[in-house]
Design a protein around this ligand. Sequence first.
Ligand code: NAD
Length: 715
Amino acid sequence: MLNYTVDAQGIATVEFDYPGKSQNILNANSMGAYAKAMQQALADPAVKGIVVASAKKDFIAGGDLAELGAATDAKAFHAAISDWHKLMRGIELGGKPVAAALNGTTLGGGMEIALACHYRVAADNPKARFGFPEVTLGLLPGAGGTQRLPRLAGMMAAAPLLMEGKRIKAAEAQKIGMIHAVVAMGEERQAARKWVQEAIAAGAKPLQPWDAKGYKIPGGGPNTPGGMQMLMAANAMLREKTYDNYPAPRHILSCVYEGLSTNLDTGLAIEARYFTNLVMSPVSKNMIRSLFFGMQDANKLSSRPAGVPQQKYTKIGMLGAGMMGAGIAMSTATAGIDIVLLDTSVEAAEKGRAYAAKQWGKQVARGRMTQQAVDALLARIHPSASYADLAGCELVIEAVFEKREIKAEVTKQAEAVIAADAIFASNTSTLPITGLAQASVRPANFIGLHFFSPAEKMPLVEIIVGKATSDATLARSMDYVRAIGKTPIVVNDSRGFYTSRVFGTYVSEGMALLEEGVPPALIDKAGLIAGMPVGPLALADEVSIELVHKIAQQTRADLGKAYVERAADRVAAKMVAELGRLGRKSGAGFYDYPADGPKHLWPGLSQHFVPRVGADGTAMISLDEIVERLILVQSVETARCLEEKVLRAPIDADVGAILGWGYPPFRGGPIGWLHTLGLAQAVATLDGLAARHGPRFAAPKILRDMAAKGERFYP
Ligand code: NAD
């Protein structure tokens, strides 16, 4: 756990060395070992100074999230964190010089250990990053980070690190005063030791700046004019950005304001309370579960069918060089895989490559990529109009027009060329995979790989397993998704699969609210307040109201009598067929898009969807109910996907929603939110909504059964 040595000069080295792991991890065990080692060094008269170091390639990359995620006893947690604060203060005031040798990445609790040393020296390691990622998982740096960093760097420089989780390199960390020195890699321990030796020789009691006489907060404290201005602006910006859905950045700001208004010890006590509050809050539990463990499991392919040898990819075929084809080609080339980009003509295929060149060109202009690197990537993309070029592809993905006949035709042509064991994948967003596989002569090798737009940026791939798709095809497709650095979720075939189906309910509910007479500005604002990245009407404009209309028509045609008309169908039909407002692409949808200014709601909307407002002009429905409807309509549809086994696991739903359509992470995901509400409460609320608004809110059996038995989706 820890190596403890004392040399002939009386300098102790306390070296983190977590057994059996490539990284040091901070948890009850390793923190206990550190406390013991430091107390021993401080108490031993033979020890004159201390160097804290790491035996791994990094210093410490953070705390044990499993432990934090599982913590439920607030009192015990608060006591433990207060003890840790005491230890850190003991080190700072112990009279012996303590230096940290930061050989690599130092984050979170690791950075806090370093900040409680008198001196910090970092290696000039290009891979090393320094900072506090806690806020990104709904937490705060609770071992003194919110107190020590702004006391060293000033509130202004500390803000992006604490409140956004920004990670910086060694040189920048030195510039803002977070570390004292940067030395060549491999010399950091020696440098730390040298500082300790000199401090011993100087004989003065080593003190942190805040413990020394005459200390002033760099740039001024919270109650100076500059400090007040900074905090007021930060507070306003935070609320504008988050609608106060995220307690962590708000608590961090409180820690800084309240803590820096007093002395360090009181500040630490304040921080301990806010930290305990966050660790116990459902928000951090949700974010840790979905954003950390859920994502980690998905990226590790933990649901990959066993026993299938890993597939290596060297050459991929991409049919259709449109928006999606070009994006997928970019992601594939970036992974070092050659890609044949095929369209109806070489010129059309070249357009896809030109798109890639343009996007990467922007990176060159910003200094994020070299032209040389871009040229190497472009050399991997081979525009073509000849199916013969697909020979040797391990995988072919089609992203041609969303028409069954065209998809069938390209499937046949590609399969005539590729090897018998090659995979054929469709990027369709709506057409069931099992139906498309009918065009295939080897449906076991046919699968859905649903990317999101823009495909070169969006991290999720929804893998759709058709009736005939084999486990081997699934496993090998997952290997491809991992190879291009994206996160897969696996779902079974159904109309709209999982993501389009549930995402669509959010847009539809917004349109239903409009038909009911809820003012459109209120609908879209409610979407933002709910935590969604875009309001439902603005989103309908983005994906195009015409598409919503087309999908409704197609579904109606496919389902015949079984089709149940929805409010959204009527609204879309009216907007498209009657009013000719197709969405953003036509410059006219629920919003107007003037060439010379920002978009705004179309004033004509109120004539066609007359707002029902009370005598005082306020809406007939509360904001809370709109938010509830926009959120629960997604949860209830997701629960149906679980019941119908479209989804294989609840965590897939949550990871897919957050990565796929920006579902608010603080809720954990559509299932995470039901879990947060408690299933009995969720069912009761859904019953009320179903009674008022119809069966789209009816709780499916799976929810009722689980609620009745007191079962939960997550521990
Ligand atoms: P697009 O219109 O931008 O591109 C389609 C491309 O396919 C065009 O370049 C066209 O020339 C080419 N093409 C048409 N017929 C062809 C044929 N017979 N052989 C070879 N190439 C042919 O469309 P897109 O937005 O890239 O969408 C493509 C597919 O991806 C569709 O199935 C769509 O549903 C799906 N999809 C789209 C999105 C999205 O947001 N746009 C998201 C996920 C999935």
